[in-house]
Design a protein around this ligand. Structure first.
Ligand code: MLC
Ligand code: AMP
Length: 504
């Protein structure tokens, strides 16, 4: 019996002495060594009593061992649940409780905090540190380098990724083996990745982009990755000569353009630059081409669907568009009220269907039903149109979402914290343009009558509850929020009012 994800992405490279990960310190991890490590970790996980279908939550730094944990989960039939390293204890406790994770893997520095939380939730804790040390690897060291791969079907769950929502409650997107596999195969082919490709990988590996797009595509192609712990300009520039390709969020490309060392000579040998997770300004696209002669290939996706569209590898990569639906992916623009498809050229909500689309939200049938139609179309919450040549343009969002440096931030989560603070009548959190992050967070506070809320104390409360990237860059006080005749807060007016606050 097979395990499609493990067999095709990982098992296919068993015994291969080809390079898989090239690390900043010069070490090279071959495919074979990586898979032996993963088998040991799979042994340690099952030895601890984990059964197929159990969830393994991981809040760990990027390292080869962290990636081996993902491979080990695939091999042992466990559901991998990676978590942003910036999440606070408050945020984590929700994910762990909601997912019913049996094991939490964390950095040793967080062990005490997580153990206290885990014991109440019936989960165990193991550690895995940035340098590859920790209790998980200690136990793995005593295991065999071969592990009997657990049988799985394509429809079985491979991963949960939590995504916030407009109500402020995060939802666990259930991704199947087929979701991940179908997208990896398609993207490797569409973007012409081969075994001799070397991807410059500076993205985090706890989200779709760094894990399922970048890593899975390289696994599907049998190529290698220069695996950097984070985006650092010096490291990117130093390593680019050894790479053939790079994937990044628009902030990566804006930062590269802001550095004089990033020249056409440095980029001349590169085969491909890919951007996604947030809108790439047409201006950045043009500046990049002027500087390097390369046209960035922009694609569009999301946690629930993996990748949906891409500009063409051959043919015109059109600035300000996200290209065409990928092979096997259907995309339509619909009227938000009626759900009917509207004519090309008109703006409506983007809906997608295909093997890439997730199975639903974990234990949230109403939310699943609200976004995933019975006919399989997923309502993305993005607004777009299809131009006369078939290119998809994303023109806005039907969801109250801010994207800062490629990270999603749902205003409701921050508003709930702000509204709770003394002296606050209500708040509205908005995204405004930011030269580095694309958008950044501004909190607008309406004080209770006669009160002057302590904004410093408010920021402390936000720090306590929410990850750093969600923190408002600034809080402004206003007598009242603009509302329409239905009493709905008009955030567009606020966004317009504060749009130049951080303009570059
Ligand atoms: C870091 N900070 C951020 C931030 N990243 N604040 C807002 N938005 C962000 N994205 C905080 C830091 O904690 C720091 O806090 C301060 O801002 C300045 O940090 P920095 O040193 O400038 O940031 P840096 O560490 O360089 O990180 C920026 C970044 C990083 C853009 C490199 O955020 C990043 O790697 N983003 C990629 C996100 C991603 O992979 N998204 C994919 C989601 S999947 P302090 O305390 O120092 O002030 C998806 C689907 C799809 O969306 O289609 O792909
Ligand atoms: P996430 O929920 O983190 O997966 O983020 C997905 C969202 O990011 C999408 O719904 C879009 O709003 C946005 N997104 C991803 N890629 C692009 C892109 N190329 N252009 C514009 N928005 C994008």
């Amino acid at each position: 019996m097979p395990n499609p994800l493990y067999d095709e992405m990982f098992g296919a490279h068993a015994g291969a002495s080809t390079p898989f990960l090239m690390l900043a310190d010069g070490r090279v991890v071959t495919h074979a060594a990586f898979l032996e490590q993963a088998a040991r970790v799979a042994g340690a996980l099952t030895d601890a009593g984990l059964k197929p279908g159990d969830r393994v939550a991981a809040q760990i730094e990027k390292s080869p061992e962290a990636l081996a944990l993902y491979a080990a989960c695939a091999q042992a039939g466990l559901v991998f649940l990676p978590l942003n390293t910036a999440y606070t204890a408050d945020e984590l406790s929700y994910f762990i409780e909601n997912s019913g994770a049996s094991l939490i893997v964390c950095d040793a520095s967080n062990r005490d905090k997580l153990e206290a939380m885990a014991s109440g939730l019936g989960a165990n804790v193991d550690t895995l540190n940035a340098d590859g040390s920790g209790t998980l690897m200690d136990r793995a060291a005593g295991m065999s380098t071969s592990f009997a791969t657990v049988d799985r079907q394509g429809d079985d769950l491979a991963a949960f990724l939590y995504t916030s929502g407009t109500t402020g409650r995060s939802k666990g997107a259930m991704l199947t083996q087929d979701n991940l596999l179908s997208n990896a195969r398609t993207l490797a082919e569409e973007w012409r990745f081969q075994a001799d490709d070397v991807l410059l990988h500076a993205l985090p590996i706890f989200h779709t982009h760094g894990l399922f797009v970048a890593t899975n595509v390289m696994l599907a192609a049998g190529g290698s990755m220069i695996f950097l712990p984070r985006f650092d300009l010096d490291q990117i520039i130093a390593n680019m000569p050894a790479a053939t390709s790079m994937m990044g969020v628009p902030t990566f490309y804006r930062r590269l353009l802001g550095d004089d060392r990033f020249t056409s000579d440095l980029a001349a040998h590169m085969r491909l630059f890919i951007s996604g997770s947030a809108p790439l300004l047409a201006e950045t696209h043009v500046q990049f081409e002027t500087r390097t002669g390369h046209r960035i290939l922009e694609r569009y996706g999301m946690t629930e669907t993996n990748m949906n569209t891409s500009n063409p590898y051959d043919g015109e990569r059109r600035a300000g568009t996200v290209g065409f639906p990928l092979p096997g992916v259907e995309l339509k623009i619909t009227d938000a009220e009626t759900g009917e498809t509207i004519p090309d050229g008109e703006v409506g909500q983007i809906e997608v269907r295909g093997p890439n689309v997730f199975k639903g939200y974990w234990q949230m049938p109403e939310k699943t039903a609200a976004e995933l139609r019975v006919d399989g179309f997923f309502i993305t919450g993005d607004l777009g149109r299809i131009d006369e040549d078939g290119y998809v343009h994303i023109v806005g969002r039907n969801k109250d979402l801010i994207i800062s440096g490629g990270y999603n931030i749902y205003p409701k989560e921050i508003e709930l914290v702000l509204d709770d603070q003394p002296g606050v009548l209500e708040s509205a959190v908005i995204g405004v343009p930011h030269p580095d992050f694309g958008e950044t967070v501004v909190g607008v506070i309406v004080p209770e009558a006669g009160q002057i809320p302590d904004t410093e104390a408010m920021m402390d409360a936000v720090c306590q509850s929410l990850a750093r990237f969600k923190h408002p860059r600034t809080l402004v006080l206003l007598d009242e929020l603009p509302r329409n005749t239905m009493s709905k807060v008009q955030k567009n007016i606020l966004r317009d009012q504060y749009k130049d606050m951080f303009a570059g």
